[in-house]
Design a protein around this ligand. Structure first.
Ligand SMILES: Nc1ncnc2c1ncn2[C@@H]1O[C@H](COP(=O)(O)OP(=O)(O)OP(=O)(O)O)[C@@H](O)[C@H]1O
Ligand SMILES: [Mg+2]
Length: 481
């Protein structure tokens, strides 16, 4: 595992919580997220990546039913339940929630952290087992899973909180996001609609020192200026018609945390001035008040219109633009990183068939090929909607296939499989070995694409037919059944 595991602790007693957190955080270097209620625990599960959840049951903490739901929605999360001193463990915990382990109050931090450690180890073993069985299964189901002749095992997808990706481009963006999370600077996230800007903002928050404080989201598009100012900065009673009582404002409510300003390109010039003042001095003025107040929040702003060109057109303040982009994260469109399509499609297929308690097996190679050729103007959101729809249409025990794809996607032109030229495709220690491995891949790819028409392949490769036959023999290439 390339990152520390994340443990969500939802305990009522402050003292027990503090002792356990200290142990998990300092001794084991887990990333710890805290929830003070069952509802908060559910929100965190939706927003952040969690490996194990430890939750109280009883006295207003519905830990058992939270874990029972979790088993359906996020079965990969290890579930640990903390029961009152005396009560029976209850059949429910054991059967419906299928907890990994239960503990008793008062919690012994030492014992609890050991259970957490073992639970995470068990999960890691299960994950490796799954990966291995999947690799073995590929040879059985080659006809379903193989992407034509040039089939290669896809690299395992990477995660940054809730973001799934395999592409170099996303990997670079997430690396920069991880770095920026550790600072207090404002972050500007840009990218087309549906590329995952909000998901990235949440990932940054949960990887920052502010993660124990709230992340509050404000969509700045389509709101009258006065309303937006009062939402964010608050107002005094009577500041405007309808302001019947004082309002705290998002910035104060998120004190210590993060405020995510979505569609920042849409705000008025006067709002831009207020925001700039806040970014410069940390000060803000509630509407109708003459006192300035301060708030300690990190700003993350997002836009799907490129701010730079709005600045050039005089529609957005240059000084504010420079303030906002302490870090600038550009989320690439899905069509510019087609490698991510298959990884995301499989992730969504598993996610939605689990959420609907269905047993869809996966996606056929030809459906993946079609999806990869499509240009997804709505980006990841569109892909997710397509896959969700396909899961609904597919029977248990079947694969999602081209039959379930809409015409618009079927109409997309399938690009001939290209040889990925990353170092992963080339094996061997010495230059000679590497060159040979590349040659073998090129010959195999060309033959596969031309359906083993050897004279056309020889033509394309600039070889004689005999020359090609020699290479086929030398590398032991075989036309797969
Ligand atoms: N890399 C990813 N892995 C998993 N899910 C993703 C990824 N990128 C996007 N999604 C999903 O796609 C949907 C759209 O993502 P999100 O809302 O973050 O996009 P956005 O860039 O903010 O879009 P908009 O500009 O329209 O507001 C969400 O359901 C999100 O969970
Ligand atoms: Mg968004």
């Amino acid at each position: 595992m390339d990152r520390n595991s994340t443990v969500l602790v939802a305990l009522r007693h402050d003292a027990q919580r503090t002792a356990l957190v200290a142990m998990l955080d300092q001794r084991h270097s887990y990333k710890v997220l805290l929830a003070k209620s069952a509802a908060e625990a559910r929100t965190i599960i939706d927003e952040a990546h969690v490996d194990l959840m430890l939750i109280d049951d009883g006295q207003g903490f519905e830990g058992c039913s939270v874990l029972a739901q979790l088993r359906l929605s996020n079965p990969e999360i290890v579930r640990v339940l903390v029961l009152p001193e005396t009560s029976e463990p209850g059949r429910k915990a054991v059967s419906e929630a299928a907890v990994y382990q239960f503990l008793r109050r008062p919690l012994d931090a030492e014992q609890a952290s050991l259970v957490v450690k073992r639970g995470l180890e068990a999960r890691e073993l299960a994950r490796r087992h799954r990966l291995l069985s999947r690799e073995f299964k590929i040879s059985d189901d080659a006809s379903i899973l193989a992407l034509g002749q040039g089939y290669q095992l896809r690299p395992e997808s990477q995660r940054f909180e809730k973001l799934v990706y395999v592409s170099e481009r996303m990997s670079a963006v997430c690396d920069l996001a991880r770095t920026s999370a550790k600072t207090q600077l404002p972050i500007l996230i840009q990218g087309e609609t549906g590329t995952g800007k909000e998901l990235l903002a949440r990932a940054v928050h949960y990887n920052s020192t502010r993660r124990a404080s709230p992340l509050l989201v404000q969509n700045c598009g389509g709101l009258p200026d006065e309303l937006l100012q009062s939402e964010l900065f608050g107002h005094k009673r009577g500041a405007f018609t309808g302001a019947v009582s004082d309002r705290l404002g998002l910035f104060r409510a998120a004190d210590g945390g993060t405020v995510f300003l979505d569609e920042i390109s849409e705000v008025s010039p006067s709002f831009q001035v207020s925001l700039l003042r806040f970014l410069q001095d940390g000060e803000l003025k509630p509407l109708g008040s003459d006192r300035t107040i301060t708030a300690d929040v990190r700003i993350i702003a997002a836009s799907n219109r490129p701010l730079k060109s709005l600045v050039a057109a005089g529609e957005f303040r240059r000084d504010l633009y420079y303030r906002l982009k302490g870090f600038e994260l550009e989320v690439p469109s899905l069509r510019s990183r087609p490698e991510d399509i298959a990884a995301l499609a499989e992730f969504f297929a598993a996610k939605h068939s689990e959420a609907m308690a269905r047993k869809v097996l996966g996606i056929s190679a030809s459906a993946l090929e079609r999806l990869t050729a499509y240009d997804f103007p709505g980006n990841v959101r569109e892909l997710e909607n397509e896959i969700r729809r396909m899961v609904v249409l597919t029977n248990d025990g079947e694969y999602l296939t081209t039959r379930h794809l809409p015409q618009s996607i079927l109409d997309a032109v399938v690009r001939p499989p290209t040889l990925r030229s990353g170092p992963a495709d080339i094996s061997g220690k010495t230059l000679k070995d590497k060159v040979e491995s590349l040659e073998k891949n090129l010959v195999l790819e060309t033959l596969g694409r031309l359906r083993w028409n050897q004279s056309r392949a020889a033509d394309e490769l600039g070889l004689s037919r005999v020359g090609l036959a020699n290479k086929i023999k030398r590398y032991g290439l075989d036309r797969e059944p």
